[in-house]
Design a protein around this ligand. Structure first.
Ligand SMILES: *Cc1c(COP(=O)(O)O)cnc(C)c1O
Length: 428
């Protein structure tokens, strides 16, 4: 797929047109979805050559796609588009964000060594995968860039970081982090920022990873992951993807590719709404603290404000409402927000990280039980603010009633354990 003409396009135009360069010649306007699980082979020898090429990480070139687990044209279109948006040589798409994280860990082991350095906080699933050592990676968890520099060893295959971080929106200075990592390649989980707001490869990261389930899909109806990187990394990732069967389904790739067309628009509109909601939350009684990269104090290094790294604060907000019981009551009391895991959808979501997404995370790295994570969608922010105000008011009214009936201690313990059992039942 040619990309030379489009190097001149600006990001918003790329989002609409990338990966669609051949459609006019094909005589179609929307991208075809190629569902073939297998492909006719041109002959025994060229078929074998094509298999060899794909199984060792190569590109399809003008050969056969052979088998969907090795290559799929619809997936390749999405990869081409995402790579262009990230300013990367190429991209490799997976069935989920966690499939992408797993493949990167395996590739890093193979390429450089089995030690990883992980800067917390991270997405709960990534933290869990690293902490269990399930894929043979030995991980040193750290909590500062200085500690990254101290933890890196000759056999460090990967430094893992997320910025803004899940769930508390910490911002990491990627220039400083890449310098601290030295020769070790840096993987940035760019899920929260999207390529619209942040392009980690520009700051020296080796890999930029997305749970495309979130903003890229954008409508809560597709599971997928993608890694933007150079050709060498892609050559390592594709065989792992083929062996483990982790390639994205073509229909998912179609939806993720379509999602890219409105990504810049959605990200900017959701971000504008999040700014309004975050400022209202700061003033709201019962909200102890608000973390949002657009607020004073949440961006000490000027990564967003001075535009050093991000083009805007995004649309994720974390609030501390003081206790697990109050957090649970608010999550259960909202009506316009949906109480659900995930983020980045056109509709607003709220969830309680310490009992849900970050439940498997070690105690010392777990978010405070009073923290709620909000993903702001495309609703009118005034309606979202009304919803939060009402839920907080309701939570406090209930809190007061059970306080007088059972005492604060008992009420808190009860609400917490009820939340726990529900979260355990709901966890995927
Ligand atoms: C959701 C998420 C993941 C995992 O992605 P899945 O598509 O759910 O497998 C990884 N990183 C971040 C930051 C996420 O939010």
């Amino acid at each position: 797929m040619t990309t030379s003409n489009d190097a001149r396009l600006r990001p918003d135009s790329l989002a609409v047109h990338a990966g669609r360069e051949d459609l006019r010649a094909l005589g179609v306007h929307a991208t075809p979805i190629d569902l073939s699980s297998t492909s006719p082979l041109p002959g025994v020898e060229p078929g074998g050559d094509a298999y060899e090429r794909l199984a060792t990480g190569g590109d399809i070139g003008d050969g056969s796609a052979v088998y969907q687990r090795l290559w799929n044209p619809t997936v390749a279109r999405f990869e081409s588009a995402l790579a262009q948006l990230e300013g990367a040589e190429t991209a490799v798409a997976f069935a989920s964000g966690m499939a992408a994280v797993s493949a990167v860990l395996m590739a890093a082991r193979q390429r450089r060594g089995s030690h990883a350095v992980a800067l917390r906080p991270l997405y709960g699933g990534t933290d869990h995968l690293l902490a269990t050592g399930l894929l043979g990676t030995e991980t040193t968890f750290v909590d500062s860039i200085d500690a990254v520099a101290r933890a890196v060893r000759p056999d460090t295959g990967l430094v893992v970081v997320e910025t803004p971080a899940n769930p508390t929106l910490e911002l990491i200075d990627l220039d400083a982090l890449v310098a601290a990592a030295g020769a070790a390649p840096v993987l940035v989980d760019n899920t929260f920022a999207t390529p619209v707001l942040q392009r980690p490869l520009r700051h020296g990261a080796a890999l930029s990873l997305h749970s495309a389930t979130k903003y890229i899909g954008g409508h809560g109806d597709v599971l997928g992951g993608v890694v933007a990187c150079d050709d060498d990394w892609a050559h390592a990732l594709r065989p792992i993807r083929a062996i483990t069967g982790a390639i994205a389904h073509p229909f998912s790739a179609y939806l993720m590719h379509r999602g890219l067309q409105t990504l810049p628009l959605r990200v900017r509109a959701q971000q504008a709404a999040a700014e309004v909601v975050a400022r209202a939350l700061v003033e709201m009684p019962g909200v102890r603290s608000v973390r949002f990269p657009g607020l004073d104090g949440c961006d000490p290094a000027g990564l967003v404000g001075a535009g050093r790294q991000m083009a805007g604060p995004g649309s994720m907000i974390a609030i501390d409402v003081g206790s697990a019981a109050r957090a649970a009551a608010i999550a259960e009391g909202v009506e316009l927000f949906t109480h659900a895991v995930s983020l980045g959808s056109v509709d607003s979501l709220i969830q309680h990280p310490s009992s849900l997404t970050h439940r498997p995370v070690a105690a010392e790295a777990k978010p405070h039980p009073g923290v709620l994570r909000l993903s702001i969608g495309l609703e009118d922010p005034a309606d979202l603010i009304d919803d939060l105000e009402r839920a907080i008011e309701l939570a406090d009214r209930h809190g007061t009633l059970s306080h007088s009936a059972a005492g604060m201690r008992g009420e808190t313990a009860e609400a917490t354990s009820a939340t726990r059992s529900r979260a355990a039942a709901a966890r995927p």
